[in-house]
Every structure is written in structure tokens, then in C-alpha cells.
Design a protein around this ligand. Structure first.
Ligand code: 13P
Ligand code: SF4
Length: 347
């Protein structure tokens, strides 16, 4: 039963004490996040992993790329585990290393040595290592603006992997016109751009988040007609048009803080993952809050981390027969850490 599973998780946590650390992303299910020692957005979880020097086992309640990041940022005596290895991220899978190397070589023919690569942390360790090797950095949705600004102090152009929407929304906010952004399609291996390539400042990898693409212009139009007083806040992984029509956009942390600061009685539609939206609704009974898409939008891979997997993973660690170790090989980890450190030193 759920109670039994909760008792098992509580038991291991109590017996292991500080030897165990359980970070949880805001998109995790309630049944899991209730046990998190710290909850946060991707930036906060990366910072906490870098700061934690005590825990020997880190059980990451989030998706695979986050656990890889934690492994890269912790020391060799600390081990990171993911309760279910199937908890991936479809966006991270949209940029693989071979595709990226081929793109880099073709873009190099076009633009010579004028491009700095940046990658959203929602990417594999291999992509972070690639970016680190060429002098670039990671970004999160909390610091993308500052990191893109920094990138332009280094080179004339940027290649932004793998989320075209975060890249486009961020560059647009910095005043770069859409006409100076091109999309790199890794399938056709072509730069999708109509004008003179010399004018291109931002090259956007053609990836996206399948959860956030479910929030649409139609959802917004419908709300503006039926509930004109409702404020709309979305995550910048949503399409440009959706962000443009919303009242505000920002990381999961920004969304949480904005709703917390909003006056009682105010009404909000939120465009982000379902578990977080439901939690915000429960935590603010004095505000009128709904999901921007009435069908709600779960992240199926985040949801793979559930109570049975958590209990199983923790008990295996406690008896000294752990499963689901996340280990990034050392060459890759070294370059990936350079990309992460360039971000963390500025975040
Ligand atoms: P943040 O935690 O940076 O808001 O990112 C959201 C997300 O999609 C994580 O997978
Ligand atoms: Fe990946 Fe989107 Fe799920 Fe985040 S919400 S883990 S970006 S698929």
C-alpha cells in the first residue's frame, strides 16, 4: 500500500541521515516530492549538487540529464542514483553528439570561427562536454538571458542547443530581431534561413519540449475571451507566439514566486507541467488558478519516478547493493564541468 511504501522511504531516510541526499525537481509527483530534502528548478538543483560535499548517496528525483549534472558536479566519493532509468527527457534526446559534431562542422564552413555554443542544461552530458570543449556554457531557464549576453561578449554568434523556444524567447528579450535568428535542422542538416547568412546572430537547434508545446495560441485566445481578467504566466519552453501573448514568462521558480507574491483573489492561468500546476493550485486556495491548457500537461518521464521506484532504489542503496548508478565518464565529465562552471560562476 501507499502507507507501507511511505514508511519504507521514511525508514531508509532516517537510518541513513546525512549520508543520503534527495533533491527533487518541481515537476515531480507529490508522492515523491514530499520526501525531497530540497526542491527546486534546474538551476537550484545544480547549485545544491555542486555545494553538497557530505552525502555519499544522492538519489535524484528528476530526469536523467539532471542526475548526470549532479554526478559531474559532485566528488568521486559521492554516487548519484536515478530511481527509474527510463526517466529521460525527449528534449535532451533531440540533440545527439554525432548530429552536433556534423552541425558544428557545416556551420564552421559557413561562419568560420565566429560561433559560441550554448546548451540548455536539458541536454545530455555528451552535449555539455561538446559545448565546454569549444568554450561555451550551459544555461537554465533562470539565467538564460545573462548567459546569452555573456556569450555575445565572447563571439559574434551563438549556437543554442537543444531548445529552439528557450533560445528564441531569450534572444528576443535581449532585443535580437527574429529576422536575425535561424534554425538548424539536425535531420536535413540544413540551416533554415531565407536571408543572407551573414546577418544571422542566433542559430537555434530544432528541438523542443513536447510538454510545453501543448500550450497554444488557441488556449490563450479562448481565455482572453472567456476570462479577460485572468493573468497568464508560462514557461519559456513554450513557443514564441505563446510567450508573446502571455503576461509573464519564466522558470518554474519564477512562476512559483510570482504566484506567491500575487494578491489574494487574483486569477492566473499557468502554462507549465501538470504536477507543479496542481501543487500551486493546492497551495493557494485564496487565488483562482487553472492550467492554461485544460487537458493539463504531464511530463511522462518525470512521472516515471514514483513511490515504488523510490523505495526500491533507497533500500538497495542501504543494503549495499545499489542499482541505477549514474556515472558520466571522466573525460566527458571534465569538459561538461567546464561548461557548467562557466554558468555557475555567473548564476
Ligand atoms: P526549470 O526547472 O529550469 O524551470 O526547467 C523546466 C524543465 O523543463 C525541466 O525539465
Ligand atoms: Fe524534458 Fe520537457 Fe519533461 Fe522538462 S518538461 S523533462 S524539458 S520533456
Amino acid at each position: 500500500t501507499r502507507e507501507e511504501l511511505e514508511d519504507r522511504v521514511r525508514g531508509v531516510k532516517k537510518r541513513m541521515g546525512d549520508r543520503l541526499f534527495l533533491p527533487g525537481h518541481h515537476y515531480q509527483k507529490d508522492e515523491v516530492i514530499q520526501f525531497a530534502d530540497a526542491r527546486g528548478d534546474s538551476l537550484k538543483l545544480a547549485q545544491l549538487s555542486a555545494d553538497n560535499k557530505d552525502a555519499e548517496a544522492i538519489v535524484f528525483c528528476g530526469v536523467h540529464f539532471m542526475a548526470e549534472t549532479a554526478d559531474i558536479l559532485t566528488n568521486e566519493n559521492q554516487h548519484v542514483y536515478l530511481p527509474d532509468m527510463r526517466a529521460g527527457c525527449s528534449m535532451a534526446d533531440m540533440a545527439d553528439l554525432q548530429q552536433t559534431e556534423r552541425a558544428w562542422s557545416k556551420l564552421g564552413d559557413l561562419f568560420k570561427d565566429t560561433i559560441l555554443p550554448l546548451t540548455y542544461v536539458n541536454s545530455t552530458a555528451a552535449i555539455k562536454a561538446f559545448v565546454g570543449k569549444y568554450g561555451g556554457a550551459t544555461v537554465t531557464s533562470s539565467n538564460a538571458k545573462a548567459m546569452v549576453e555573456w556569450a555575445f561578449t565572447q563571439k559574434e554568434r551563438i549556437l543554442f542547443l537543444p531548445d529552439q523556444h528557450l533560445g528564441r524567447n531569450t534572444a528576443y528579450d535581449l532585443g535580437i530581431p527574429l529576422e536575425q535568428m535561424a534554425v538548424w535542422d539536425p535531420i536535413s542538416e540544413q540551416l533554415l534561413y531565407e536571408g543572407d547568412p551573414e546577418d544571422v546572430l542566433v542559430i537555434l537547434w530544432k528541438g523542443h519540449c513536447s510538454v510545453h508545446e501543448n500550450f497554444t495560441v488557441q488556449n490563450i485566445q479562448h481565455l482572453r475571451e472567456t476570462k479577460p481578467d485572468m493573468k497568464i504566466i508560462v514557461h519559456p519552453e513554450c513557443r514564441r507566439e505563446v510567450v508573446a501573448m502571455s503576461d509573464d514568462a519564466g522558470s518554474t521558480n519564477h512562476i512559483i514566486q510570482t504566484i506567491e507574491a500575487a494578491p489574494p483573489g487574483s486569477s492566473w492561468a499557468i502554462g507549465t507541467e501538470m504536477n507543479l500546476v496542481n501543487r500551486i493550485i493546492q497551495e493557494h486556495p485564496n487565488k483562482d488558478i487553472i492550467s492554461l491548457n485544460p487537458n493539463m500537461c504531464p511530463c511522462l518521464t518525470m512521472n516515471r519516478i514514483d513511490l515504488p521506484h523510490l523505495a526500491w532504489c533507497l533500500e538497495a542503496i542501504e543494503i549495499g547493493d545499489p542499482h541505477n548508478l549514474i556515472k558520466v565518464d571522466s573525460d566527458r565529465a571534465e569538459y561538461a564541468k567546464e561548461a557548467l562552471d562557466r554558468m555557475l560562476s555567473r548564476a
